[in-house]
Design a protein around this ligand. Structure first.
Ligand code: AVJ
Length: 312
């Protein structure tokens, strides 16, 4: 039976049907973040083996005076993503911008976090924008004349394959304008055992995060995937310098989603996320290719994670 779906669910269904019909099945990583997925990701950020969040937070505490010295007074901070409750306040505190514009596709979560930040920073004009930041959108009115700082923490850029990462960076440049700056977090390449532990924790939280995608498909798209027939796997792809998350069928299975049927032989996988890891040069080249010239870069003492400030 044909059901009328909201545009978001329709886009989800189209991505899932198309993705699972491919000879190399894959589903775009953005669909991992429904309400449950966002909760599980939050749990991931506190895992002992998941180093990026705590490392970047520590870097922020160290570098904010230097960042503030390089950002003009009365700027507008545009954050790509709703903002992390721990990282965003460190930046807002340090640079005291005139306005803060968080951009996120999930309207509910965005409104909530924007309201919290507005209460905490009454002198900053908090203007949330509900949009997919990976697609062209426009900034709210009244801030055209102010200097802009783009903020893209968390190594989210690593979830985009390099050609689409450069497209995204160019789109940020077109949005913010020449002369604007970008503060971006990039995870660094490091020994494979540490990377695998970060994406396949002994507690099984990342496995639950990944498997939630199948539960979401069953919930929202009228699917009957036997979730227990899949297991989480983190793989290091050395030639592409990235962690890949997969869901691997542990036995032959057949299932249906929104009226389409699929069959997976044991061992066949669904590729659900990429997390690219950059060396110092590679990270800078990516930014340059995207139209941004790095002018300052900071890492933690172990060189696990980098924060780059670049100018358009
Ligand atoms: C927040 C999207 C950057 O790639 O490290 C964490 C997502 N996936 N564990 C990352 C993620 C599995 C995370 N990003």
């Amino acid at each position: 039976m044909l059901k009328t779906l909201d545009p978001q669910t329709q886009a989800f269904r189209d991505d899932v049907i198309k993705g699972l019909s491919s000879p190399t099945p894959a589903i775009p990583a953005r669909w991992l973040y429904d309400h449950r997925g966002s909760e599980l990701f939050d749990d991931i950020t506190r895992l002992p083996t998941y180093y990026p969040t705590r490392t970047e937070t520590a870097i922020f505490h160290d570098i904010m005076p230097e960042v503030a010295a390089r950002v003009p007074k009365g700027a507008v901070v545009v954050e790509f993503g709703a903002g992390s409750a721990t990282k965003t306040p460190i930046l807002l505190e340090a640079i005291a911008p005139a306005a803060y514009v968080p951009v996120d596709i999930s309207g509910d979560y965005l409104e909530k976090s924007a309201a919290d930040l507005q209460q905490r920073f009454p002198s900053i004009d908090v203007i949330p924008v509900t949009a997919d930041f990976a697609r062209p959108f426009t900034l709210p009115g009244g801030i055209d004349h102010l200097p802009k700082l783009g903020f893209f923490p968390g190594s989210t850029i690593g979830n985009f394959v390099p050609w689409s990462a450069t497209d995204l960076l160019r789109q940020f440049r077109a949005l913010l304008g020449p002369g604007s700056q970008l503060l971006i977090g990039m995870d660094r390449a490091k020994p494979v055992d540490r990377l695998l532990a970060a994406y396949d924790d002994p507690e099984g939280v990342t496995a639950a995060f990944n498997l939630n995608l199948l539960e979401r498909i069953n919930r929202e798209l009228d699917g009957d995937i036997p979730v227990d027939a899949f297991r989480h796997q983190a793989r290091w792809n050395d030639i592409l310098s990235r962690i890949e998350m997969h869901l691997v069928a542990t036995r032959d299975v057949e299932f249906g989603i929104a009226g389409h049927s699929f069959s997976f032989a044991a061992g066949k996988s669904i590729h659900t996320e990429n997390s690219h890891k950059y060396g110092p040069r590679g990270g800078r080249v990516l930014l340059l290719a995207g139209g941004w010239t790095p002018h300052a870069e900071w890492t933690d003492g172990d060189g696990d994670f980098a924060e780059v400030l670049a100018v358009a």
